[in-house]
Design a protein around this ligand. Structure first.
Ligand SMILES: Nc1nc2c(ncn2[C@@H]2O[C@H](COP(=O)(O)OP(=O)(O)O)[C@@H](O)[C@H]2O)c(=O)[nH]1
Ligand SMILES: [Mg+2]
Length: 445
């Protein structure tokens, strides 16, 4: 993918009316293109906010007041000359600015093209470019913080020493191959294997971070299951902070899955209320129960709600045992009726609110468990794919050493492992992958 020389223009603020709207231009003619419609008596100094007026050159009429800021290359977001005009956020004014730039020779920016140029001018690597999108799309402050870390290069920094070790190994082996005739010792196998081990171990840790990074990035699903009348719908409403699901004293009220979104511990959570699990001859209810089982099978986290007034039923015991290997919480609800309940599990009262805060904390703890303040996580499939590819090539490399295959074959695996890491940050990526990534951006970013 190569950089084109066009100057691009787009409205950088969201569609609609606002106090301020910003039009952004990037490219060598970013500044001169719009000078004719501004009333500046001298060109703006670099990175200085300058007050100006916008006029229609054909009539001389004033249209708006604005603040312009000029960021000369290379110290700008894109690495090119960038001009930002902040006018009042009237769509007609913003359109006039864009139209004027187009008539003067700019072209409309494609979605994500500003960030794409930043990448092509090496202002950002690919993981950082993805972080720009994640930051814009963040639903919680926690996600924004994670994206900001990645924008700051957390993942690239974590990767750098691993990549460096791999390059070192390749260089050592290349030297061994090139100078073989000159009697330079090739690396002994055990040293190659221990180098491979030093590269593989941190990559495996990185790969494992995807389980948590994926949840941080996209949120998780939490299914509330249990026997009829245990208080599932009441807890669902409590966690949502509103009366969404119907609550009655009649068992079998909830017959379909009810799904709503909330955030717990800074993570977007898709809450699913389910039909109570029991034997029934009612057709609608049994279809609902089938859906409960599906939700139970696919949820990232399960709340098993039980009545604290009774010991666990045989069905509840079986269900609890089947959840042993999965993230789950056992809830003993209706403690307002049974304040002396000493059964294991989290005591709650969906009626009075007792224990709900503790439940939220327990859910947050489950979500964040085993991920102590790790930074530089893999947060999307593209990144995860690159790491698994690299690990697969390293495993082949290990096999090549074990089978005492010629070093030329080992090298092929090592280069493949390096290339996969390059793709993660975008060092040598094909245009197709790039287009795919940037096309998911919105225009003006
Ligand atoms: N006393 C008391 N009643 C509750 C509590 N949670 C739910 N209930 C009542 O139990 C009945 C069933 O509640 P519901 O949320 O519909 O249970 P579900 O069938 O599991 O969804 C309703 O009459 C609720 O008002 C609680 O913590 N304490
Ligand atoms: Mg219900």
């Amino acid at each position: 993918m190569t950089l084109d020389q066009d100057t691009i223009v787009a409205i950088a603020t969201p569609p609609g009316r606002g106090g301020i709207g910003i039009v952004r231009l990037s490219g060598t003619t970013a500044l001169p293109l719009l000078l004719p419609i501004l009333t500046l008596d001298s060109p703006p100094s670099p990175r200085e906010a300058r007050f100006t007026r916008i006029k229609d050159p054909s009539t001389g009429h004033l249209i708006d007041e604005a603040v312009v800021t000029f960021f000369p290359a290379p110290h700008s977001y894109t690495g090119e000359d960038v001009l930002e005009i902040a006018s009042h956020g009237a769509p007609v004014v913003l359109d006039f600015l864009v139209q004027s730039a187009l008539e003067a020779g700019a072209r409309l920016a494609r979605p994500g093209e500003f960030t794409q140029r930043a990448f092509l001018n090496q202002r950002l690597d690919l993981t950082q470019a993805e972080a720009v999108r994640d930051l814009i799309e963040a639903q919680t402050l926690h996600q924004a913080r994670l994206a900001a870390e990645q924008l700051g290069g957390a993942l690239s920094r974590r990767l750098a020493p691993i990549k460096q070790s791999l390059i070192h190994l390749i260089a050592a082996l290349e030297a061994g191959i090139d100078f073989a005739e000159d009697d330079i010792d090739v690396l002994p196998d055990h040293e190659i294997l221990s180098s491979l081990e030093r590269i593989t171990r941190p990559l495996q840790a990185l790969e494992a971070s995807f389980a948590y990074g994926r949840i941080l990035h996209s949120g998780l699903t939490l299914a509330i299951v249990g026997a009829p009348n245990a208080g599932k719908s009441s807890l669902f409403n409590r966690l949502l902070d509103r009366d969404r699901a119907i609550v009655t004293a009649t068992p079998g009220t909830t017959r379909d899955l009810i799904t709503e979104h909330t955030a717990i511990g800074g993570i977007p959570v898709q809450l699913i209320d389910t039909a109570g699990l029991r034997q029934t001859t009612d057709e609608a209810e049994s279809l609902g129960i089938a859906r409960s089982h599906e939700a139970l099978a696919t949820a990232d986290l399960i709340l098993l709600v039980t009545d604290s007034g009774q010991p666990l039923s045989p069905d509840e015991r079986t269900l609890l045992e089947s959840l042993a290997a999965r993230p789950h919480l056992l809830i003993r609800n209706k403690v307002d009726l049974h304040p002396h309940c000493t059964e294991p599990g989290l005591s709650t009262s969906a009626l009075t609110g007792t224990g709900i805060e503790a439940l939220r904390n327990a859910i947050a703890a489950q979500i964040h468990s085993g991920s102590a303040a790790e930074s530089g996580l893999l947060t999307n499939r593209r990144q995860h794919h690159a790491i698994t590819q690299s690990l697969a090539s390293l495993a082949e490399a290990r096999q090549a050493v074990h089978h005492r295959l010629p070093h030329e074959l080992l090298m092929i695996n090592l280069y493949a492992a390096l290339q996969a890491l390059d793709e993660l940050t975008g060092a040598t990526t094909s245009g197709d992958i790039l287009n795919l990534i940037f096309s998911t951006f919105c225009i003006g970013k």
